[in-house]
Design a protein around this ligand. Sequence first.
Ligand code: SF4
Length: 218
Amino acid sequence: MVNEIKVKSILNKRRDDWFLDDYSINPYEGCSFNCIYCYIRGSKYGENMTKTLSAKVNSPELLEKQLQRRARKGEFGIIALSTSTEPYMQIEEKLGLTRKLLEVILRYKFPVHVLTKSKLVLRDLDLLKEIDENATLPVDLRSKLKHGAIISFSISTLDEKLAKILEPGAPPPKERLKTMEKCKEEGFLTGVCYIPVLPFISDTDYGSLPFSFPAETF
Ligand code: SF4
């Protein structure tokens, strides 16, 4: 079940040197991957982001207007998709909201940085390929970057058991690596966002610790 909501704005202006983006778009509110480390849990969306999951159903038409204005002024910049939700969670398969947003992004020739944990991104490689080849990069990145589309895979651990605890609704990390490999084969600029690094949990070989965690730790 997902709530359908209408929002007043969809394109957020921001400059993030980590992800190179100037804008961000979140087609959904909440997230069914429900990672226990997600910073959104501390926000108004609360502890269970699956329960508060909502689709911003008017986001493609809003983006059309907002990108048209920005493109007219030449304000091109990388759009992060997404920063406070997962653009390719299970419901996207049915709603295709992220795909509709990519169609608008392609129309106005904006570059995009997709941040995901899901193999569903493979469905949209056709659009992402066109964005990759046709996007107008921001002036400060033109001499450094040769791609209009970047696809990053968020991975915090490769331990499947631990991943099930940390990211209960997300696809297995090894599936993400396979998807990344496919994107690489298709010629995309792709890689891993190794975040968050969890002290003593995902940065440490358990066998090397001088103590063991009690079973109830997790
Ligand atoms: S996939 Fe991303 S947005 Fe969704 S719960 Fe996990 S960290 Fe948060």
